[in-house]
Design a protein around this ligand. Structure first.
Ligand code: HEM
Length: 135
């Protein structure tokens, strides 16, 4: 498995752990009120699990298993896939920071733009590897 896929998948598991922990706290908070501010973590629960866990796991696996070229560079334009990893995680952290610390909609917009840029960079990097073995 390429090193970049390892980074994607390890990060995905960190978000899975954090997202489930927040989910469990949200659930517990419904039965036993723990803290009034806890409900504000719902968007972070969603962000961590849908983007941090699911999307990141998918991208990491795709980079690993999609068909490779016979000659180097065997995984094609890898720079975009590396950039996507940084952009995606920066975007998630910005969105989280916007909800928790700043209350500013601009950080949230910036975070979303980073995430969008990550998807575009990854798609550009992987596009030429979406081929059929049957021709
Ligand atoms: C991959 C796994 C998961 C994903 C993608 C996910 C996603 C979501 C989403 C999208 C919502 C918002 C639903 C809505 O507003 O209608 C939500 C709410 C919630 N999730 Fe999760 N979740 C996951 C796992 C979990 C787990 C494991 C727990 C608890 C241990 C949990 C606890 C909650 C709670 C308490 C809410 C609030 C429900 C409410 O509106 O009353 N989630 N989750």
């Amino acid at each position: 498995m390429p090193r970049l896929s390892q980074w994607y998948i390890r990060s995905a598991f960190i978000y899975l752990f954090l997202g489930f922990t927040i989910g469990a706290l949200l659930l517990a908070n419904k039965g036993i009120p723990l803290h009034p501010a806890l409900w504000g973590w719902l968007p972070i629960h969603i962000e961590f699990l849908l983007i941090g866990w699911l999307l990141q796991l998918i991208l990491g696996m795709a980079f690993w298993i999609l068909p490779r070229f016979w000659q180097a560079p065997r995984r094609g334009r890898v720079t975009g896939a590396y950039a996507a990893f940084i952009l995606l995680n920066a975007g998630i952290l910005m969105s989280m920071g916007a909800r928790l610390f700043t209350g500013s909609g601009w950080w949230l917009v910036l975070g979303r733009l980073f995430e969008l840029a990550a998807v575009l960079a990854f798609a550009h990097a992987i596009w030429s590897r979406i081929v059929s073995r049957d021709g």
